[in-house]
Design a protein around this ligand. Structure first.
Ligand code: RB5
Length: 149
């Protein structure tokens, strides 16, 4: 069971099924899920979906965002262009935990053509169950934020 967990989900066409599996998984663990699509598998452009999810997080509407595309890379890049967003691609649970503990990430990106559903759900759990450690890591995160100016 996660805490403080209203999560926006978005993807491109490459990740519709995995996005649904993640939505079901985190809903079952008590998250409020804001799935902003797309609902159908027609080819689409990941930047607009990454941006839309990122704006929900940056505005404070959602605590976290999880975005997906084929590799997770393109939609991560788009999300990170929105001020206040710290999004990383993960293909392992250690990185997902560190992404929260050290970078205080507010978004996670996954590659639906890179990892299977079981690992993806473990990565989501690692990310949502971890907490920011602060201290020296806060100094570094502040330095990242300063780059936005
Ligand atoms: C779409 O075919 C693909 O380019 C996209 O899902 C993603 O992998 C980009 O990073």
């Amino acid at each position: 069971m996660y805490t403080d967990c209203r999560v926006v989900l978005s993807s491109d066409h490459a990740a519709i099924q995995l996005r649904q599996a993640i939505a079901d998984h985190i809903f079952a663990r008590g998250c409020e899920v804001v799935d902003i699509g797309p609902a159908t598998p027609e080819s689409t452009h990941y930047p607009k979906h990454g941006e839309a999810a990122a704006r929900r997080v940056a505005s404070g509407d959602c605590r976290f965002g999880i975005v997906l595309c084929g590799t997770g890379q393109g939609i991560m890049m788009a999300a990170n262009k929105v001020k206040g967003i710290r999004c990383g691609v993960c293909a392992d649970t250690y990185s997902a935990r560190m992404l929260r503990q050290h970078e205080n990430a507010n978004m996670l990106s996954l590659g639906a053509r890179v990892i299977g559903e079981g690992l993806a759900l473990d990565i989501v759990d690692a990310f949502l169950n971890a907490s920011f450690e602060g201290g020296r890591h806060a100094t570094r995160v502040d330095m990242i934020t300063a780059l936005e100016q």
